[in-house]
Design a protein. Structure first.
Length: 85
């Protein structure tokens, strides 16, 4: 199982508020598909999936504040070339 952590969004942003999840456990996602929308102190940002795979769990709910480096998603990666889930 792979883990995806809130990336550094730049500009010294240390925390964000989760606005909405676009995935749920059991969902299959494609690389670059939006997983979660967050709000920084400057902008609303969509965070995409880094890889194609199946979502095992998500961490946090709407209105939660999370810090850079916090665990957001656990998933099983499917990385065979041309494989679509």
């Amino acid at each position: 199982m792979n883990k995806f952590y809130l990336p550094d969004l730049g500009d010294g942003i240390a925390r964000v508020e989760i606005l909405a999840w676009h995935i749920a456990p059991g969902d299959c996602v494609q690389a670059d598909q939006d997983m979660v929308t967050v709000m920084t102190d400057k902008a609303v940002v969509d965070i995409p999936a880094p890889y194609t795979g199946r979502i095992k769990s998500i961490h946090g709910v709407a209105n939660d504040t999370v810090t850079t480096g916090s665990l957001l998603v656990e998933y099983a990666v499917i990385d065979a070339p041309g494989h679509r889930v």
